[in-house]
Design a protein around this ligand. Structure first.
Ligand SMILES: [Zn+2]
Length: 300
């Protein structure tokens, strides 16, 4: 079973603390380290690139694409989908498409919402993504979290209803009647390798691919200290939660890459057969979506 390995190509402070912060050169070194890691493992991944990062460093994306990785979109400014109007969301995504297309000569086919922010409040995003030409999204986390997640959304790749778009949900582990996040970001730092491997094994045994997501900064222990030196304010608790056990990420991922097969999202989707019809749970979820009553973020 071919699983998907994905990277959210972004700079830590701008993506995590404040989308209005400038993109720093940290992302260059971190991406270089990520490319070396993938090269050693012999794995091609899907990079969800942030438009603002590509704009700041225009040679970065061609370098990543030149290594044979799939390029997808992470939007432009890392604004949460559910805090935008549909019009603002579309403008943000369109801007990222234009930047990516101008730098690598082709439009991205995949999209991941910043911080998995396609939730019940922003299901209008699916039809917009399909209209913009995306073939797949990996934006819905089927978990109950304060800032993201649709806990009753399907746990395996599925088609959105009524639009030509496949959703590749973030990998979860079913335990005690609930979906638990696994295999990415902070969960790779916090969960033992045996739990991560168990989650992937369970997905594959059920006939479905899993997906790992990684931020380039997670391969770099001690990075937050450098941002603090530059004058960026980071609370002690934030520093702790963002840096805890970063040194464990690379060895854990290496173990997973040794045990399981990984490739791009497009390759993983091509290797499975998806039913033509959308799944009922998603239709019910979308039918239950509230009308557009979102707060609007001030632009940077
Ligand atoms: Zn992100």
């Amino acid at each position: 079973m071919l699983n998907a390995f994905t990277i959210d190509l972004e700079d830590w402070a701008q993506a995590v603390l404040d989308p209005c912060l400038p993109v720093t050169e940290h992302v260059l070194a971190n991406t270089e380290r990520t490319l070396s890691f993938l090269d050693r493992a012999g794995v091609k991944a899907t990079f969800f690139a942030l438009g603002k990062v590509c704009e700041r460093f225009p040679t970065l994306l061609p370098d990543v694409a030149g290594c044979g990785h799939e390029i997808a979109s992470h939007g432009y400014g890392h604004q949460l989908a559910y805090r935008q109007t549909p019009g603002e969301f579309e403008a943000d995504v369109r801007r990222s498409i234009e930047i990516i297309a101008s730098q690598i000569g082709r439009r991205p086919l995949g999209y991941r919402a910043p911080a998995f922010s396609i939730t019940r409040q922003s299901l209008w995003a699916g039809p917009i993504l399909a209209r913009l030409g995306f073939r797949f999204s990996s934006s819905i986390f089927p978990v109950a979290k304060r800032r993201y997640g649709i806990p009753d959304a399907p746990r395996f790749p599925y088609r959105w209803p009524d639009v030509d778009l496949i959703e590749f949900p973030l990998t979860t582990l079913r335990f005690a009647g609930r979906n638990w996040p696994a295999c990415g970001g902070g969960y790779t730092r916090l969960l033992p390798a045996a739990v991560l491997a168990h989650a992937i094994r369970r997905m594959n045994e059920a006939g479905h691919p899993a997906v790992i997501y990684l931020h380039p900064c997670e391969l770099v222990p001690g990075e937050v200290r450098d941002f603090i030196r530059r004058g960026i304010r980071v609370s002690a608790i934030r520093r702790l939660t963002q840096e805890l056990w970063r040194s464990r990420v690379a060895p854990r991922l290496t173990r997973l890459l040794d045990e399981f097969q990984f490739g791009t999202i497009s390759a993983a989707l091509q290797a499975i057969h998806l039913p033509r019809r959308a799944v009922a749970t998603t239709e019910a979820t979308i039918a239950a979506a509230p009308s557009a009553d979102r707060e609007v973020l001030a632009p940077c």
